[in-house]
Design a binder for this molecule. Structure first.
Ligand SMILES: Cc1cc2nc3c(=O)[nH]c(=O)nc-3n(C[C@H](O)[C@H](O)[C@H](O)COP(=O)(O)O)c2cc1C
Length: 249
């Protein structure tokens, strides 16, 4: 029975998409699955029975390197950029916790998951968001799949221009900026463009949170996914001085 259990556990360990490694109190690798070794650019034999320090090259630069493998350290959960001999880099999410399996001995169990693709996606997203935040124009993204197209995102310039914070804005339809001025020609033009899933540029009379009126030069464009389905609208707003404003007919 114990044999069968061990075999099953071993098979589960080997079949896992997570890399798993167990070290003893002296930092010696007692158990390691194929994924762990392979993801860190080594053969299992290079690790088994060795000190975890053989991983210095790809992990040694991380401030968490020793605490990942040392039993007396607190639990660790950290994403680390691993660098390999061929200068290739991969993002790995590591988790480590100590285990008192025996009265006298503590073990460290380290799991690793390759999040390189997620990392790159997130990096791109963060970069894009920074660029949108840095714009001197107001940007709004609304969810076209939800009823009444609520705002999903506004950048900081929107808050500066309108006086409404992110929290006061998200979830509402942009028309709240019109106050009682909902019968403007620009609004009707916009409504038609939205119905036809087209982009459109209009000038609207809008109101800030403190009630002050301003002219909003608004460009709205639909966003489609790979399947051609309309998912969002993006709006770019620019405040015009009264002299710049051209009445929309
Ligand atoms: C991406 C996007 C941004 C918008 N931004 C504004 C805005 O800044 N000010 C405004 O008055 N209306 C804005 N609108 C228009 C309103 O949300 C709404 O579409 C318009 O009032 C017409 O619809 P309604 O007749 O249901 O009000 C925006 C619409 C979209 C899709």
């Amino acid at each position: 029975m114990k044999d069968l259990q061990n075999k099953l556990l071993f098979a589960a360990l080997e079949g896992s998409r997570f890399g798993i490694c167990v070290v003893d109190g002296s930092g010696r690798v007692l158990l390691v699955n194929h994924v762990f070794a392979q993801k860190l650019g080594l053969a299992r034999e290079d690790l088994l029975g060795q000190s975890y320090r053989v991983l210095t090259q790809c992990l040694g630069h991380s401030p968490h390197f020793h605490s990942l493998f040392e039993c007396h350290s607190a639990d660790v959960s950290s994403e680390i950029l691993c660098t390999f001999a061929d200068h290739l880099q991969r993002y790995m999410l590591f988790r480590a916790a100590s285990l008192d399996a025996d009265m006298n001995e503590t073990f460290r169990v380290i799991s690793a998951f390759d999040v390189t693709d997620y990392g790159q996606t997130r990096d791109h997203f963060v970069l894009l968001q920074r660029q949108i935040e840095a714009l001197q124009q107001s940007v709004v993204i609304v969810d076209a799949k939800k009823a009444d197209m609520p705002i999903a995102y506004v950048n900081q310039h929107f808050a500066r221009m309108t006086g409404y914070s992110f929290a006061e804005t998200v979830g509402r339809n942009c028309r709240f900026l019109q106050g009682h001025d909902t019968q403007q020609a620009g609004v009707q033009q916009l409504r038609l463009a939205i119905l036809q899933r087209e982009s459109c540029r209009v000038q609207l009379t809008n109101y800030r949170k403190d009630g002050a009126m301003f002219i909003n030069d608004l460009f709205v464009s639909p966003v489609f996914d790979e399947a051609g389905e309309l998912t969002h609208y993006i709006g770019v707003q620019r405040e015009l001085s009264p002299a710049q404003a051209v009445p929309t007919s």
